[in-house]
Ligand binder design. Structure first.
Ligand SMILES: C[S@@+](CC[C@H](N)C(=O)[O-])C[C@H]1O[C@@H](n2cnc3c(N)ncnc32)[C@H](O)[C@@H]1O
Length: 232
């Protein structure tokens, strides 16, 4: 049984063996979202930062698509970091991936350290996204790219409610999640998630100095956002 006390990372660590099965049953477009994010990667990044490796699904996809890039992936769960490092060693031989145990709220990298910062459904765990984006922007070189998918709320309460109902309907459909799993997902969401609207994300990104802000794909509460660090 999973434990929703502690941090979001404690929660994910406690369900590590079930994660891949559950995420695919609970997030109907997980694979599509992951694949679509890859389509929007900039060409030939040399240094990339991933926020939230989890069990390494997106990490391995990035390593497969952009094997020449030197990757750093960050996660606050040592179990997730260890699993991703083991999968990279086995499935992405020759690709440089540093697996770093840290909270997003605490990472510090020199200015211009990365050509690309990316993430797959992990940033909604951060309460203060304005602060996060303001700290991330200088880590990108001028002209560098931010690409992430995340779980959002709707801009109006009725829209947010409809997204939530649609998601619960999906989870409760035959062959998806058990009622115990649904209860835990809802408890986890209430304990650890900080959903924001697309408009709020765009505002935080603008305030942090990003340009070219776009939402390139959306399905209910899941979206892919792209933005660039200005050239000068
Ligand atoms: C929903 S999982 C997504 C994992 C992976 N990107 C995927 O697509 O399957 C979120 C991940 O973010 C990590 N995480 C959550 N909050 C975090 C934080 N504040 N700092 C660092 N990692 C965090 C969790 O440990 C978990 O591995």
């Amino acid at each position: 049984m999973t434990d929703v006390t502690g941090t979001a990372s404690d929660y994910f660590a406690s369900m590590i063996e079930d994660y891949d099965s559950l995420i695919r049953r609970a997030v109907p477009t997980y694979q599509q979202m992951l694949d679509t994010t890859l389509e929007y990667m900039p060409p030939h990044p040399r240094r990339g930062l991933e926020l939230g490796c989890g069990t390494g699904n997106f990490t391995l996809a990035l390593a497969g698509l952009l094997p020449e890039c030197r990757w750093t992936t960050v996660d606050a769960s040592d179990e997730m970091i260890e699993l991703t490092a083991a999968r990279v060693a086995e499935e992405a031989t020759g690709v440089h991936v540093d697996c770093v145990l840290a909270r997003f709220e605490e990472i510090e990298f020199d200015a211009g350290s990365f050509d690309l910062i990316t993430s797959c459904i992990s940033l909604h765990h951060v309460a203060d996204k304005a602060e996060l984006f303001a700290r991330l922007r200088p880590m990108l070189r001028p002209g560098g790219s931010l690409r992430f998918s995340d779980q959002l709320t709707g801009a109006a309460p009725g829209v947010a409610d409809r997204h939530w109902e649609r998601w619960l309907e999906h989870c409760r459909a035959p062959e998806q999640c058990t009622e115990a799993e649904v209860d835990h997902l809802v408890e986890h969401s209430e304990a650890h998630d900080h959903y924001e609207s697309l408009a709020a994300y765009a505002q935080y990104l603008r305030d942090a100095g990003f340009v070219g802000i776009d939402c390139v794909w959306r399905d209910g509460m899941w979206a892919i956002v792209t933005a660039e660090a200005p050239l000068a």
